[in-house]
Design a protein around this ligand. Sequence first.
Ligand SMILES: [Zn+2]
Ligand SMILES: [Zn+2]
Ligand SMILES: [Zn+2]
Length: 336
Amino acid sequence: MERTDLHELRKDPLLGRWIAVLGQPKSPADYVVTRDDDTEKNCVLCAGREKETAAEIMSLPGRGRGWATRVIPHFSPVFKVEGELGRRGDGMYDRMNSIGASEIIVESPEHSVRPEEMGLEQMSKVITTYKERMADLEKDPRLRYTLIYKNSGREAGAFFSHPVSYLASTPVIPKRVKEELDGAKQYFAYKERCIFCDIIREELRVGSRLILETRHFIAFCPYASKFPFESWIAPKRHCCAFQDIVTEEIEDMALILSAVIKKLRAAFPGLSFNYFIHSAPNRIPRKDHWHTLGEDFHWHVEIMPRLLRTSGFEWGSGFYVLPTSPEHASQYLREV
Ligand SMILES: [Zn+2]
Ligand SMILES: [Zn+2]
Ligand SMILES: [Zn+2]
């Protein structure tokens, strides 16, 4: 089999889901990952070692002379900026080149700071960095979607001990996002209201799944969560795209995001978790673009604590079992 630097995207003909196949195939031995070099001494993401990474894409200034946050290309990008999409058939199948962007968002010049301990000013800068990168990548007409996500802890797939988030921009809308967009669009077509605005109103009215409410956001455990202690953060103001967040909301989001992570880590010391931002696809008009996108979708953050291992039942059925109800989980989190 040929080895190439170009990765490819393949479409599952049954489910319509795209997956990425890396150009340099790993052998079985390559799957055994030992990261004994991941110490502060060897970390090229720390302040002072900027020359050892690729040129930065952007940075936000810190209080002194250095940077507060810094964005660099991923060391082993799945999605690459250069090249053409090259959509083509492959027998009955569909494939294209893995065009897009894979970036690392370095959240702090300091190596060992945890997200919930970095302080609101620093967290606001992290959120501002997310916003600027998303706004910039939305301008590329080849790209359909940008996902910002974080892996914290080994169980959550973290590779660096330095605090980082990631960004992946893809030439297709990911399946999981498409399902949410379709669900929101259907609800809107039926009720002429945003489903997320309705959920926010409902959760504020009932209160039993609420974790925290701030001026501009609510945090709650969703009614039909997939995982125990799954927590969502949503802005009260209706808005489909995260990058339209305003300064006042950024500070408030820093507050609620830090608070929820702090609560989760207080309930589960050493917890690994993922979070990601679900925002509207890039809003460049296209032939399949729907007109109600601005009204029917509502951006939000989903935080997934990695407390359980997925069993054959979940894999086989897509049916999830919650050992702690969202009502109990939110009560623990409110009180912790
Ligand atoms: Zn470091
Ligand atoms: Zn809404
Ligand atoms: Zn979502």
